[in-house]
Design a protein around this ligand. Structure first.
Ligand code: PGA
Length: 264
């Protein structure tokens, strides 16, 4: 039997928007996305806006998540934010291992593994980002790279917890470039990821895992990407900063979900 996975559309705002702009965008998303109940919608604003975002979205079907955390519980870690702090303000998800963090902040798979454990221990959902660079793709190292990121990133985490996580496949060459992966490329990789995860658990449990795609998703290409069997949502960067684009993606995802429900 095919697992029913709820589509997740997540907006990764990165280091963008000043406070007033953030309020306006959150208010707009709340209003515009309200009818699209067939999908989970998540926004990940900068740390400073998380608390207010949670307050504004209270009782609304809009999740609020963080873009990073630090794995220690507390202590002398100047500038860092713990999982418990994020949980306390009401975050439900945390993006972990985004390629920008891997590249600019030298985050290793080992460190990300600790971040995932800390996130799970506080009852939030980690969104683990993995993806190959252009060089890795052109030299045929895509699957080896992804396998390594998954294997070390998820080391020691029990299979049942892994299946409650979200994995985001984000080819580095597609992030912020305007060139998204072809839907066939995304589907091939997502299937591969599900097979790797099945080794941590079993086939049936791996069917429950949500694997979302990120990298130049917009309202024009979302339909094709989200139609793939193993693409369970999108992690949206640039297009999540525009109300029309982000809600266009949410609307597309919702109507695909409703169409497939009507057909089954
Ligand atoms: P993009 O970013 O949609 O701007 O390509 C995606 C991401 O970095 O998560």
């Amino acid at each position: 039997m095919e697992a029913v996975r709820r589509t997740l559309i997540a907006g990764n705002w990165k280091m963008n928007l000043l406070r007033e702009e953030a309020y306006v965008l959150i208010g707009g998303i709340l209003q515009e996305s309200a009818p699209y109940t067939g999908v989970d919608t998540l926004i990940c604003p900068p740390f400073l806006y998380l608390e207010i975002a949670v307050q504004i979205t209270k009782n609304a079907p809009l999740f609020v998540g963080a873009q990073n955390l630090f794995y220690e519980e507390s202590g002398p870690f100047t500038g860092e934010i713990s999982a418990a702090m994020l949980r306390e303000v009401g975050c439900s998800h945390v993006i972990i291992g985004h390629s920008e963090r891997r590249a600019y902040f030298r985050e290793s798979n080992r460190e990300l593994n600790r971040k995932i454990s800390a996130c799970l221990a506080c009852g939030m959902t980690p969104i683990l980002c993995i993806g190959e660079t252009l060089e890795q793709r052109t030299t045929g190292a895509t699957f080896e790279t992804l396998n390594e990121q998954l294997t070390y990133g998820l080391q020691g985490i029990d299979g049942a917890s892994v299946c409650t996580m979200v994995i985001a496949y984000e080819p580095v060459w597609a992030i912020g470039t305007g060139v998204s992966a072809e839907s066939s490329q995304a589907e091939e990789v997502h299937r591969f990821i599900r097979d790797v995860i099945a080794k941590f658990t079993d086939e049936e449990s791996a069917q429950a895992l949500r694997i979302i795609y990120g990298g130049s998703v917009n309202s024009a290409n979302a339909g094709e990407l989200l139609s793939c069997d193993n693409v369970d949502g999108a992690l949206v960067g640039g297009a999540s900063l525009s109300l029309d684009s982000f809600c266009g993606i949410v609307r597309t995802a919702d109507s695909l979900k409703k169409q497939s429900a009507a057909m089954s």
